[in-house]
Design a binder for this molecule. Sequence first.
Ligand code: C2O
Ligand code: CU
Length: 478
Amino acid sequence: MSKISVPSIDRRKLLVGSGAFAAAAWLPRSGLGAATSAREFTLVAAPARVSLVGAPHPDTDVWCYDGRTPGPEIRVRQGERIHVLVENRLPEETTVHWHGIRLPNAMDGVPHLTQRPIAPGETFAYEFTCPDAGTFWYHPHQRSFVQVGRGLYGPLIVEEREPVPVDRDIIWVLADWRLLNDASISGDFGNMHDVSHNGRVGNTVTINGRIPETFSVQAGERIRLRLINGANARIFGLEFTGHRPQIIALDGQPVEPHAPPDGRVVLGPAMRIDLLLDMTAQPGLRFRVIDKFYRGLEYRLLDLVYADSATLRDLSQAKPVRLPDNPMPEPSIKNAQRHQVVLGGGMMGSMRMAMMDGKHVDIRTLMHNGLVWAINGVAAKGHVHEPLLTLERNHSYVLELVNDTMWPHPMHLHGHSFRVISRDGKPTKHREWQDTVLLSRQERAEIAFVADNPGDWMFHCHILEHQAGGMMGVIRVT
Ligand code: C2O
Ligand code: CU
């Protein structure tokens, strides 16, 4: 992936095209300082035809940014301000959400809730500062089960202030497609089976928009591998045979370096994991990377292929890299207010009734409206709702997430990162910061955070069919 080009843009023109929401967000917020110099980028969302599967298969019609999927890498320094002009050349409305970035609410890209959707032919200017170093990504929030599924997403990398000592910094955007025999995208988006079961798990996995056979490495090199799960619904469980990867960041946030539990790197949709991958084997060897998440559906992702050249260095005594912490507000668990958030519904679930549009309705009426999931008994029809919870700014909260369904759910909160402090009643070892927590079926997890970012924030399942099927809500910080 090459870096995005940086055209110079006449700002006055943007104000004309981007409407009142953007104009309001243009006013520099007090305390942010250096709001004047933003790095400028453009993204054009449009249909394109790309080679996903490779010859001899035909090309695939996708929707993507700047003519490629994944879209261009946006790479900035921690604390830098960016200005992204998004132009919509799709046949429908869109927005861009900057997943995991703690930014002002007006820049969050949620249609109707934080901005008017960008109509075909229109532009919208996003501008915000990136407070945290790490691996993030961007994607639409308008009909995302279709727009992401057709290829609209890209990596957003925020570099640490000091360079991290690795030989190579590599991004793998993992994606999952449901393709027909002619390599075209199956049009059955949002069908009730996907919505009520696992979501749209496809049949073709790509890395950076290709199906690579191999990844070339050199003995003795140290790689920072940034994994981004851009799939609608597929959960990955990667094993790097013959190697001992260390997890050094989760969802962009540094974590005490540790080996993945059971040797498996598990990423739910929208999650990111930064691995420190030491190439400790001998020149000329070859190792498989296998995805074992779904039992009976294991497959080889690719092979790590060692060059024949001499070993670069002896890594046997090398210390893991501990990334510097981001400026996260530390929640006070003792003084935190607690709330329970129950996820319900889905196939084999017990949900018979839920609230829809403020009314109690039965499961038939829900299904008639395409809804099969609920949070605290409320099935969400769109993005704008009575808040699920209203939180007081700068107070600490512990949310107990209860997955009362037979399916896993990667639950994402906008505008904040949270510590995962327990799972099924047991304290977590690393109290990791995440913005998306993967709950296994019937699992409970407690998350803790300071509600320091005012606004209406989405809280939803990132299996995009589950989100569309009602598993979403608004958390208001006043
Ligand atoms: Cu990655 Cu609400 O989104
Ligand atoms: Cu879900």
